[in-house]
Design a protein around this ligand. Structure first.
Ligand code: NDP
Length: 238
């Protein structure tokens, strides 16, 4: 085992797989979180010797408890698993879409983080990176900037859930800063993944976004905490 261990949730594909690969290259033992064994094994084989499969459905309390019981010490937790159940604006959204988005993008982050807290507390330099979205920035939604043109207010469930994740990020950072944690949110930019229909052809390289996550995973002890960053390291307004 390498000395440092990182867990990336939802690491069997997309941005999470790239984050896992880069953390392995940085010398971490990487726990590849996947709710599906076969998809997880394929990712582990792609990453190589530093990767281990950790079966983890972030919306299943039993799965979270079983996964946490297997990990003694954790240095980095990347809460990456996420869903975008609907592109609808609020007027056309329903409660089921909102519940699904909040379940995975917010409640699961709370449950996973708390379950792995004892292992994180055994690290001398614990880091948590929450994969958020620039579309959750209320400031960018009202004052567009070159990185993000909000357009129509679609994906209401997703964007509201990621705004709640941002709030959770700040609250965790404030709660745990005295213990040496550095906890930040990342806006990865629009990437070519399976997250939303059409993104595979219109999004940018997910590997580039992963570099931003790894930068936050490697922050020094006096690095920022409770902040929101774009993949390129620039700050994002809440
Ligand atoms: P993908 O759909 O490619 O990957 C999502 C990952 O999350 C998959 O591995 C998926 O696993 C996993 N996942 C979903 N639900 C669960 C669950 N209940 N338990 C465990 N794993 C789960 O999308 P991306 O790579 O794009 O998304 C990664 C993160 O980046 C998300 O948080 C997303 O919101 C965020 N993001 C992405 C953007 C983009 O443009 N792509 C832009 C802004 C933010 P499975 O294969 O089993 O479904």
């Amino acid at each position: 085992m390498n000395e440092r261990t990182a867990l990336v949730t939802g690491a069997n594909k997309g941005i999470g797989l790239h984050i896992a690969r880069l953390l392995a290259a940085e010398g971490f033992t990487v726990l590849v979180g996947s709710r599906d064994a076969e998809r997880g094994k394929r990712a582990v084989a792609e990453i190589g010797d530093a990767a281990r499969l950790l079966l983890l459905d972030v919306t299943d309390a039993e799965s979270i408890a079983a996964a946490a019981a297997r990990v003694d010490r954790l240095d980095v937790l990347v809460n990456n698993a996420g869903v975008n159940p609907s592109l609808a604006p609020p007027t056309e959204s329903d409660a089921a879409e909102f519940r699904r988005a909040y379940e995975t993008n917010v409640v699961a982050v709370l449950e996973v983080t708390n379950a792995f807290l004892p292992a994180l507390r055994r690290s001398p330099h614990p880091r948590i990176v929450n994969i958020s979205s620039g579309t959750a920035s209320l400031t960018w939604s009202t004052h567009p900037n070159p990185q993000f043109a909000p357009g129509a207010p679609g994906s209401a469930a997703y964007r509201a859930s990621k705004a709640a994740l941002n709030a959770l990020t700040l609250l965790y950072a404030q709660t745990l800063s005295e213990e040496g944690f550095r906890i930040n949110a990342l806006a990865p930019g629009r990437r070519a993944t399976d997250l939303v229909p059409g993104a595979r052809t219109s999004g940018g390289d997910p590997a580039e976004a992963a570099e931003g996550a790894v930068h936050l995973a490697l922050l020094p002890d006096d690095g920022p905490t409770g902040e929101f960053f774009s993949w390129d390291g620039t700050g994002v307004p809440w």
